[in-house]
Design a protein around this ligand. Structure first.
Ligand SMILES: *Cc1c(COP(=O)(O)O)cnc(C)c1O
Length: 366
């Protein structure tokens, strides 16, 4: 029997009626762009996160790019980003004409190392993008202190961390602006591409709304150069139907993670969670010095596993122009050779979890 890395069908089956009627209602109204469904979801998501404004956009990458524009980041500006994250965090900086400046990550938490940020700050630095990586909040207290000291903006890339908390505050409420992705496999996932920007700053929210809709707030009044990056109505309807279940699904993810924590024996490093944080386990990532062999053993048993991500961003071909050398980001480099993401989704059964753990424990006992 194979165990998938993620099973989106199981979740659909569990709320099929609600999803089907949400889709049907959009089709019946033939209101495919904008409309009350989009506004309702934006309001519901803003309330969930605990912020004043939510602007739905086409995907989580556009969300970062548009949020950077709202923060005033443009050509020539530098933005600090972690060396280990999904490509979008850095790519969006390039897309607005800025330069991503990579900083190594913490070995235990795998989020940006705040102690290494200050040495990368220059006259050109405009912002920091901490990523709440795998579902664990970045070290926001230190990051906000540094940002205030150097007058930098903070954009929280919360694509992997819907509902995660630090000191009781939800991610997305701490920095100047925050972005989310609703890519299907994310903790709150659409049935296609979707994303959102949240902020308590009304001006930033207005700019984001204008940029994402051809530079206009009202029809034909194009105040700035914008683009088309709207949240699709069909996706908004699906997200609105799914949002009430998010906390339940998060708790189920946390149960899966606890099960792994209990069952996995020596030979692998398990995720670290600081006491003041709530990890929402978008991914459950272990480390093994024999990662490649372990991954092969799991694949032979038809168990889905994956690498998030195989290469530190500064060592990708797309960033070769920055001329980094191996050894410049020692922690990210080590993590990339040892990390392995195990199956995790709310519906994963204890039986399947036991099987994954047995194979890993067996592998480590020989
Ligand atoms: C998924 C993701 C994004 C981008 O989201 P898309 O909706 O796929 O464009 C950005 N940052 C991180 C950390 C992500 O995991």
């Amino acid at each position: 029997m194979s165990i998938p890395f993620v099973d989106l069908k199981a979740q659909y089956e569990s709320i099929k009626n609600e999803i089907d009627s949400a889709i049907e209602s959009v089709v019946n109204q033939t209101s495919f762009i904008g409309g009350s469904v989009v506004r309702d979801f934006e309001a519901a998501f803003a309330e969930y996160v605990g912020v004043k404004n939510c602007v739905g956009v086409a995907n989580g990458t556009d969300a970062i790019e548009i949020a950077l524009r709202a923060l005033g980041v443009g050509p020539g500006d530098e933005v600090i980003v972690p060396a280990l994250t999904w490509i979008s965090t850095a790519g969006a900086v390039n897309s607005v004409g800025g330069e991503p400046i990579f900083v190594d990550v913490l070995e235990d938490q795998r989020t940006i190392n705040p102690a290494l940020i200050e040495e990368k700050i220059t006259q050109k630095t405009k912002a920091i993008i901490p990523v709440h990586f795998y579902g664990l909040p970045a070290q926001m207290n230190e990051i906000m202190t540094l940002a205030r000291k150097h007058n930098l903006k903070v954009l929280e890339d919360s694509a992997q961390a819907h509902g995660a908390q630090i000191d009781g505050n939800l991610v997305g409420t701490i920095g100047d602006i925050a972005t989310f992705s609703f890519y299907p496999g994310k903790n709150l996932g659409a049935y296609g591409d979707a994303g959102a920007i949240v902020t308590n700053n009304d001006d930033s929210a207005n700019t984001c709304r204008m940029v994402s809709n051809h530079g206009q707030l009202t029809k034909h009044d194009h105040q700035i150069i914008g683009r088309n990056s709207r949240l699709d109505t069909m996706q908004a309807a699906i997200l609105k139907a799914k949002l009430p279940y998010l906390d339940e699904w998060t708790e189920a993810r946390i149960r899966v993670a606890s099960w792994y924590n209990e069952q996995l024996r020596d030979g692998v490093t398990k995720p670290t969670i600081p006491l003041n944080m709530k990890h929402v386990f978008h991914l459950y990532v272990i480390q093994s010095p024999k990662r490649d062999d372990l991954m092969n053993s799991l694949k032979q048993e038809n168990i889905g596993c994956a690498l998030h991500y195989p290469t530190p961003l500064p060592h990708l071909k797309s960033y070769a122009y920055q001329n980094h050398k191996i050894g410049d980001f020692p922690v990210a480099e080590k993590l990339c050779s040892e990390i392995l993401s195990l199956p995790i989704f709310p519906e994963l059964s204890e039986e399947d979890l036991d099987r994954v753990c047995d194979i890993i424990n067996e592998f480590n006992s020989i």
